[in-house]
Design a binder for this molecule. Sequence first.
Ligand code: E4P
Length: 217
Amino acid sequence: MKFFIDTANLDEIKEAQDMGILDGVTTNPSLMAKEGITGADNILAHYKKICDLVDGDVSAEVISTDFEGMVKEGEKLVKISPQIVIKVPMIKEGVKAIKYFSDKGYRTNCTLVFSSGQALLAAKAGATYVSPFIGRLDDISTDGLGLIADIRLIYDNYGYETQILAASVRHVMHIIDCAKIGADVMTGGLSSITGLLKHPLTDSGLEKFLADYKKGN
Ligand code: E4P
């Protein structure tokens, strides 16, 4: 399973990268705004900084909602680095843009996916990644993990190569359950990744080992 971090915060990206387990970064306009990164030029420059920090894929989202605008933005984004994956919303013009980018050999991440029908369209258009938002589905009392399982089944039925990128991951159990289902990638905040480290028996066991070592020295 690939691990992406879902943030535009350079310190958090560096911390995850330094652990040696990071495969990429996802961002979105809200995450950029949270870091105070505004204006087209500053946003492009920030993507460059992220690409320089990590070895893996960096999803950069288009703002346009029409095909021509998305193509224009995508062409600019891919010039930043070969690491860039163009993030495109699941709307009709977005599906057209994903097909266009995939025909040109550009990688894409179809975002804001909330149903298996949308995921099927993204795969047919040739998306590299599809991003079902499981946390936001859970927020409205629907089954986010069930959607991941449905998409896995559909993609496996037809051998679609689009990778399932479980997004809007909120906690450790989301990651574990996505791994059990067979999601290809998960993207979450730093705390959901570092949360995987934690177990009280590890903490108490280490404490005892260190105390016993001190006794003998
Ligand atoms: C995915 O790429 C999105 O950036 C993200 O996972 C959204 O998560 P949220 O629901 O926590 O905002």
